[in-house]
Write a protein that binds this ligand. Structure first.
Ligand code: 13P
Ligand code: SF4
Length: 311
């Protein structure tokens, strides 16, 4: 019988030997978050990727995140434990259709959420994440019309927050659209003093009843500082790992989804990464993410504008 591998021990050894850094998103499985050198939201992860001096970046997240890291580090090897770890939101914005939409609206400044392919980023003026979207939109002169892509829910929420009239791309995340508003409101009624908190990729009816709306790091921070004891958390359930560590005295209830027969509040793509795949990709330095150099240069401009505005 083959000897079983101690993934934690082997990953630590390989990481040191190869001068690799493991970056993980809050939606990764607990063991991956625990072994990562850095865990963050998509903005913090991009910022970390932009400044690391490691030789190899192992991205425990989804493809667009690793691709962004590669665009920021064209000379470095960027590994993704499973290349199929995509994103339903990024997939909802095909480049050819988006290019046609942009051509129909040639005077618009294009702001795109980081959850997009390199092709979309190359068609974008400024990239944003849910942590800095408001700031980025507010930085655009009032007389300039704006296209916001690809998330219609985040877009609608930003229109409300900034008062800017934006043209929205009709995309969405399958995880954040799976929550059941009726079940959430029932839970809320059953837990007096509780607070509903939500990621802005959730639908408008949910954002309307949420006490706090923010990015993954925003949600973590809110739970730490709020006086409430019980929270109904409407985002991917992986976030509960860090939330429990940060706020052990709080009661955290994952928001229920419409269809009880599925694990819809887990991002199927984020969960494609496993400790075994993490170990194997570090060991073989495969699979790695590649971006066409010309495309990469174009996409870099919109990413760098975001980083500059987020300092
Ligand atoms: P954050 O930028 O808030 O971490 O969100 C990333 C994401 O994919 C949300 O679904
Ligand atoms: Fe994409 Fe949604 Fe998964 Fe985030 S949770 S990576 S937006 S599919």
């Amino acid at each position: 019988t083959p000897k079983s591998v101690d993934f934690v021990k082997e990953i630590k050894k390989l990481r040191k030997k190869k001068n690799a850094i493991i970056l993980a998103h809050y939606y990764q499985e607990d063991a991956i978050q625990d072994i990562a050198d850095f865990v963050g939201d998509s903005l913090a992860l991009a910022q970390k990727a932009a400044t690391t001096d490691a030789d190899i970046i192992v991205f425990a997240g989804v493809h667009f995140m690793a691709e962004t890291a590669k665009i920021l580090n064209p000379k470095k090897k960027v590994l993704l434990p499973d290349l199929k770890a995509g994103c339903s939101l990024a997939d909802s914005c095909p480049p050819a259709d988006f290019e046609a939409f942009k051509k129909e609206n040639p005077n618009h400044i294009v702001v795109s959420y980081v959850n997009t392919s390199a092709e979309i980023k190359a068609l974008t003026d400024i990239v944003c994440t849910s942590s800095n979207a408001e700031k980025i939109i507010n930085s655009i002169p009032k007389d300039r019309p704006i296209i916001f892509a690809p998330d219609r829910n985040l877009g609608a929420w930003l229109i409300k927050k900034t008062g800017r009239d934006m043209l929205l791309w009709d995309g969405a995340c399958m995880v954040h659209e799976a929550f059941s508003i009726d079940k959430i409101l029932k839970l809320y009624a059953e837990n007096p003093g509780s607070e509903i908190i939500a990621h802005p990729e959730s639908e408008a009816h949910l954002l309307k009843v949420a006490k706090y709306v923010g990015s993954t790091s925003g949600l973590l921070n809110y739970v730490k500082t709020s006086k409430a004891k019980t929270f109904i958390v409407a985002t991917e359930v992986g976030i509960l790992h860090k939330m429990r560590q940060d706020s052990p005295d709080k009661i955290l209830i994952p928001a229920p989804v419409e269809d009880d027969s599925c694990n819809c509040s887990e991002c199927f793509y984020m969960k494609m990464n496993t400790m075994k795949k993490l170990y194997l990709c570090l060991k073989h330095e495969l699979p790695h993410v590649e971006v066409d150099p010309e495309l990469s240069k174009k996409a870099l401009v919109s990413i760098e504008r975001m980083l500059e505005l987020s300092k």
